[in-house]
Design a protein. Structure first.
Length: 259
């Protein structure tokens, strides 16, 4: 009887362990395939970053730290992140960053983003910056360039040729939007990484006039630009979400490219 009892206990224990393991795998897979990722929200009551705080540091993250880059949420508590290229919720439908989950940037750029966050909350204390991408290794830039199949003249409107490098490759550019303190993204008229001309800041007045963009969508974009410009960034004509802290030439003189 005792032997039967011990066997029964072992079977129950193993069954529970397998169920827990399967549930963990299911949650991880859901994270990779869904957006937005609830893990990336910040508890604003305690300013505690909840996403992957216990996660081991991966090889890419170790390289970023070794190159002097910093996790933006250690510099700007309360800022929101959604690292899209670490999921499949991007225009390439590919996870390009693997186990990297945190957003890294040059320390100087982190301070500029801190100022932008402060300026934003001066304008509207219910909002936060929402960062999609900052540093992008050159190897990832090459993979993106080789994978996107379209004429070069069109491709260079939203993707830098890796032969020349991108400001992203130095950790001196940022892709971002605005969100509420609860993490709800504001309506900018298009999704992040939309390659259609509706995403072009240079054409906003035209699209507003024809009704393809609403006054509120343009106002949201203008608010993002105003705080980023005030903090020392500048935008480009074809992506409402992209901002550089410096030119590519200045970045190359100041930093090492991240491979």
């Amino acid at each position: 009887m005792k032997a039967c009892f011990y066997i029964l206990v072992v079977l129950i224990f193993c069954g529970c362990a397998n169920e827990t393991q399967d549930s963990g795998s299911e949650i991880k897979n859901q994270k990779r395939s869904s957006w937005p990722t609830f893990e990336n929200k910040v508890d604003h009551k305690s300013n505690t970053f909840q996403a992957h705080s216990q996660k081991d540091t991966g090889e890419l993250e170790k390289r970023l730290v070794a190159n002097g880059l910093v996790n933006i949420q250690t510099v700007v508590p309360g800022i929101h992140t959604d690292l899209r290229y670490s999921t499949t919720a991007n225009f390439m439908k590919m996870d390009l960053y693997g186990d990297l989950e945190r957003v890294y940037v040059q320390p100087e750029i982190a301070q500029k983003l801190k100022k932008a966050q402060e300026y934003l909350q001066e304008a509207d204390s219910s909002l936060s910056l929402l960062i999609f991408d900052c540093v992008r290794p050159l190897s990832v830039q090459k993979a993106m360039w080789d994978t996107v199949k379209m004429p070069t003249w069109k491709k260079i409107k939203f993707l830098s040729n890796p032969a020349f490098g991108s400001v992203h490759n130095y950790g001196a550019a940022v892709d971002l939007s605005l969100c509420t303190l609860d993490g709800e993204e504001l309506d900018m008229g298009t999704a992040y990484d939309d390659t259609a001309s509706l995403a072009y800041p240079i054409l906003e007045a035209q699209f507003l006039k024809t009704g393809k963009l609403t006054a509120q969508q343009v106002k949201n974009r203008q608010l993002l630009r105003s705080v980023m410009y005030r903090a020392g960034f500048f935008g480009i004509q074809t992506e409402w979400w992209h901002f550089n802290a410096m030119t590519r030439e200045v970045a190359a003189a100041r930093y090492k490219i991240i491979n």
